[in-house]
Design a protein around this ligand. Sequence first.
Ligand SMILES: Cc1cc2nc3c(=O)[nH]c(=O)nc-3n(C[C@H](O)[C@H](O)[C@H](O)COP(=O)(O)O)c2cc1C
Length: 204
Amino acid sequence: MTKIVRPYVIAITGASAQPVAERAIQLLLDNNQNVALILSKGAYEVWNSEMSLQVPVDMTLQEKFWRSRLKVKTGQLKCFKWNNHAASIASGSYKTKGMIIIPCTMGTVGRLASGYSLDLIERTADVHLKENRPLIIAPRETPFNLIHLKNMTTLSTAGVTIFPLIPAWYTKPNSINDIIDFLVIRLFDLLGEDLGNINRWGEK
Ligand SMILES: Cc1cc2nc3c(=O)[nH]c(=O)nc-3n(C[C@H](O)[C@H](O)[C@H](O)COP(=O)(O)O)c2cc1C
């Protein structure tokens, strides 16, 4: 039997940090990882409004789109449509290395906190929680209102790691790319993956 390389599920929702999401996909594939990718319906709109890009909704075309845009031939990439409830990753019996929602909207935070599993992102996150697998969300909103904070507390209590997209300045970033790499590489530190080099405190 062929050994399946377990994927990281990367979910991109419609918050304002799409370049961070695409760098996460790129670094995972560069590091020969398997990525199962879901964009929420809202994420397609944000790609269009903020990045002036139409991400293909056809999944085969989308896989080609990311490979060409990110200039990466290694790793495995499978894209899933937001309403594909029959997807492998929607079942607890399909094993993964964990799930990262990056960026994570306050809408998705609210739906996860209330157990509302309508789209594939919500269902897969719910599955990760019930299977006690790593689930990390990278919220992007400012300021937070009380409902956001309460929802994030609920998720944290349920075992979700909250990784807000807040940069560090002690790294003395020279560019936005330095800031993005710091965020993505620090996030994957939490999963035991070493995706690249960043300026770490105490290291030269
Ligand atoms: C250009 C643009 C930027 C947005 N940025 C954010 C954001 O940073 N954080 C957020 O919570 N919602 C943001 N939204 C709103 C969400 O996209 C919207 O609430 C959407 O319904 C969320 O659906 P989703 O969680 O399924 O992606 C933004 C919307 C647009 C059009």
